[in-house]
Design a protein around this ligand. Structure first.
Ligand SMILES: Nc1ncnc2c1ncn2[C@@H]1O[C@H](COP(=O)(O)OP(=O)(O)O)[C@@H](O)[C@H]1O
Ligand SMILES: O=C(CO)[C@H](O)[C@H](O)COP(=O)(O)O
Length: 419
């Protein structure tokens, strides 16, 4: 009897859509697919529809050889669920600052932020009607909830997604100040990314002709998955995710947290990913240009010339990093007649924000940034890369893979040692 080789599926849920990549045990890509959300303001049902669509789009013979699946999502995107893990409200996304800074979280905690998962949980506790709150059992993140559709166990997260809830990745536990809050019973169980959660549910295995022995493994966040995809591996390696947002991750032997500037550290095995997430990025570009226009107009930009414009590109008020200011207003004027000049100003500003971000990390003691990899939809833009290189003054090196889904597939394949 021939033993079929196992493949490993990583699924990346980002802001505008999701991607799935299947790899073999050596990390070779066997299949990949993508699916835009069917709504500009996707809810959990839209995410579920996207998950099933991605699984349907993986070729049947590959699907049948999948031995493990892991999912990453956007960080601090949260759902409040009932005892059957059904969402009680629409999700609150990663950049939603309605809750304000939770004073109960120590200033040193990444949960001490207006956009943290904790801030959103406390907002729900304060503003949801009692008949909803009485049904609340689980507070989970986008990746946690989507994974539970596959494994069937509610309330399970990972120490990357749980960071902005207030989980302590140093001691691998919830601190007492968090556990004793009224939301304490909602807190999810926390595993390490890549840990086995459970086998796939039989009915899901049957629906997609996936082996019933396929294991669902704990995931991570999108920017960490991008780091795991890039090939970055040494202290001083940075990865910039140019997706809908602009997210920096720098590998460091020490954790650094500075909530005043939106800097926090994720655990990665025995090392730390120091960084932050800005609200600038591709979502601002997509508001003004479609992908074809971005490609065509970028070719008209001379990166050796300055645009003469001084933007801070945001779609709405509020910034997380390197300026942590929920009141920061967008700066997008004057807008030149020529679209290419406008785009030049936007890309130049985002390159400046990225450089400020890495300078902030080094000023806080991260150690020198030695080289920077790039991930996300913006990684393909060579004009932007030249503007970034000039602003950074640090080499930008080609990433092995620019899709976060590849990093999550490596997690599923057990190719990343985190214990
Ligand atoms: N040629 C390009 N130059 C710069 N940005 C681009 C280009 N093509 C696509 N993008 C940007 O990439 C973003 C999508 O990247 P992606 O990694 O899928 O983001 P996310 O997962 O956060 O939605 C879009 O916001 C789009 O503006
Ligand atoms: O901007 C975002 C959406 O892409 C998220 O905030 C991003 O995931 C950054 O958070 P983390 O550093 O926790 O991964």
């Amino acid at each position: 009897m021939t033993v079929l080789e196992s493949f490993y599926l990583g699924i990346d849920f980002g802001t505008s859509g999701a991607r799935a990549i299947a790899i073999d045990s050596l990390g070779q890509i066997i299949a990949e697919t993508r699916c835009q959300y069917r709504s500009d303001a996707p809810n959990a049902d839209d995410w579920k529809h996207t998950l099933w669509t991605l699984l349907d789009q993986i070729p049947g013979n590959v699907r049948h050889q999948i031995g493990a699946i892991s999912i990453n999502g956007t960080s601090a995107t949260v759902l409040l669920c009932d005892r059957n893990h059904r969402p009680l409200t629409p999700p609150l996304l990663y950049n939603d600052a309605r809750g304000g800074i939770p004073a109960v979280a120590p200033v040193s905690s990444p949960a001490h932020s207006a956009t943290s998962s904790l801030a959103k949980a406390l907002w729900w506790l304060k503003y949801l009607p009692d008949n909803t709150l009485t049904q609340a059992q689980y507070l989970v993140h986008q990746a946690d909830w989507l994974s539970s559709l596959l494994h069937g166990h509610p309330g399970i997260s990972d120490y990357n997604n749980a960071l902005k809830l207030g989980y302590d990745p140093q001691h691998l536990t919830y601190p007492d100040w968090l556990q004793t809050l009224e939301i304490g019973p909602w807190l999810p169980r926390v595993l390490a990314p890549g840990d086995v959660i459970a086998p796939i549910q039989p009915e899901v295995a049957q629906r997609f002709n996936i082996s019933p022995t396929c294991l669902i493994k704990a995931g991570t966040t999108d920017s960490i998955a991008a780091f795991l995809a890039s090939g970055a591996s040494r202290p001083g390696d940075g990865v910039t995710s140019l997706g809908s947002t602009l997210v920096l991750k720098l590998l460091s032997p020490i954790a650094i947290n500075d909530t005043a500037s939106g800097v926090y550290s994720h655990r990665l095995g025995q090392q730390w990913l120091v960084g932050g997430a800005s609200n600038t990025g591709g979502a601002v570009l997509r508001y003004y240009f479609d992908d074809a226009e971005l490609r065509n107009l970028s070719q008209q930009i001379d990166p050796t010339q300055t645009s003469g414009l001084d933007y801070y590109p945001l779609l709405t008020k509020g910034e997380r990093f390197p300026i942590n200011n929920p009141q920061l207003e967008p700066q997008l004027s004057p807008r030149p007649q020529a679209p290419a000049k406008f785009l030049h100003g936007l890309l130049e500003a985002m390159a400046r924000i990225e450089a400020l971000g890495y300078q902030k990390l080094m000023a806080l003691g991260s150690g020198d940034v030695k080289q920077v990899y790039t991930a996300g939809g913006g990684a393909q833009n060579t004009a932007w890369q030249q503007l970034r290189s000039q602003a950074l003054g640090i080499p930008i090196v080609p990433a092995s893979h620019t899709e976060a889904a590849y990093g999550t597939a490596r997690l599923a394949a057990g190719l990343i040692q985190l214990n």
